[in-house]
Ligand binder design. Structure first.
Ligand SMILES: Nc1ncnc2c1ncn2[C@@H]1O[C@H](COP(=O)(O)OP(=O)(O)OP(=O)(O)O)[C@@H](O)[C@H]1O
Length: 304
């Protein structure tokens, strides 16, 4: 759906994108993350046909956006970082107005359908100037989807919102996937990205430093550390037994909670379990520690 290769963009002598590669498959929710000023909006503006790259390939669907003359010809919906609306118009009037602007003339029935989908049907006659940030952001997503595009590019759709507002927006993003849409969205809130994305891309120093599906990421970022909580305090003898058992590299204990560092490989857990059973220790919790997206993000952008 989106294929970006060796994308470069400079503002006068200031190089923001320095050979960025990015690939979004059809039907995917893609989380685009990076530090402030990393170049996320710059990339998204180019993809939406709103800005020209210095060089590189940028395909969106069947269109080469580097040559696009009229951005509204593209089969995509775009939500800018800070969407603005006429405060004196109601939500309904806003969508009717926007629906009348482009090449597609949107019918009132579609406006009602989209307002209902965005959870704004009850507030459709209220002036947008009285809307909360969360409502404005939902209206922004409704505006982006009004003409039923295949791809949605959403610049920080949830970042300025409270937990309820973020949850509402994330639910809408999931709803877009259920409709078969492809979504590329940027965010600073890594927890939001983890909740809804199929794939993530981390941009740093003008390049993509990591691009992986969440599934691959989860598998490759498991650590060989196990957190075990026992029902009773572990005796020194039992602890020594675990510590000296096959494939255990180290043990830390704090009352009933133990952190066990193992050699890599699935067989390790079986031998650890056997040692625990042999020592007649009752387990309350047993989990493998995973690096969070935040750990991964910090590691990838560190020192660049
Ligand atoms: N029109 C412009 N002229 C000059 N510099 C620009 C222009 N647009 C963006 N920049 C600069 O390019 C860099 C990347 O900006 P961009 O908005 O793409 O970053 P971002 O990753 O979206 O950041 P944020 O998360 O803060 O929104 C920034 O240093 C910004 O100041």
């Amino acid at each position: 759906m989106i294929e970006v290769k060796s994308l470069k963009k400079s503002f006068k002598h200031f190089e923001v994108l320095n050979g960025l590669n990015l690939k979004v498959e059809q039907g995917e929710i893609y989380g685009f993350i990076g530090k402030n000023g990393a170049g996320k909006s710059t990339t998204m503006n180019i993809l939406a046909g709103l800005s020209k790259p210095t060089s590189g390939i940028c395909l969106v669907g069947n269109d080469d956006v580097t040559n696009i003359i009229q951005p509204s010809d593209l089969d995509l919906g775009y939500l800018p970082e800070d969407p603005r609306f006429y405060p004196w118009l109601s939500a309904y009037e806003t969508l009717v107005y926007l629906g009348d602007c482009g090449t597609h003339k949107i019918k009132p029935a579609r406006v009602h359908e989209i307002l209902e989908w965005g959870g704004l049907d009850k507030d459709k006659d209220r002036r947008v100037g009285t809307f909360s940030r969360g409502m404005k952001q939902r209206l922004g997503i409704c505006s982006a989807i009004l003409h039923d595009p295949s791809l949605l590019i959403l610049d920080e759709p949830s970042s300025a919102l409270d937990p309820q507002g973020r949850n509402d927006v994330l639910q809408l993003i999931k709803g877009l996937k259920d409709m078969g849409k492809t979504v590329l969205f940027s965010s600073h809130i890594l927890n939001d990205v983890e909740r809804v994305c199929d794939k993530i891309g981390i941009i740093a120093s003008g390049k993509m430093v990591l691009e992986k599906s969440m599934k691959d990421l989860e598998e490759s970022h498991f650590q060989s550390l196990y957190d075990v909580v026992f029902e009773d305090k572990v005796t020194e003898a039992a602890m020594n037994c675990i510590n000296s058992s096959e494939r255990v590299l180290g043990v830390e204990i704090n009352n009933q909670a133990m952190v066990i560092k193992m050699e890599d490989g699935h067989a390790s857990v079986r031998s650890l379990m056997q040692t625990i059973i042999d020592n007649d220790l009752k387990i309350v919790e047993f989990s493998r520690r995973k690096r969070t997206l935040e750990d991964i993000f910090i590691k990838e952008v560190q020192g660049l």
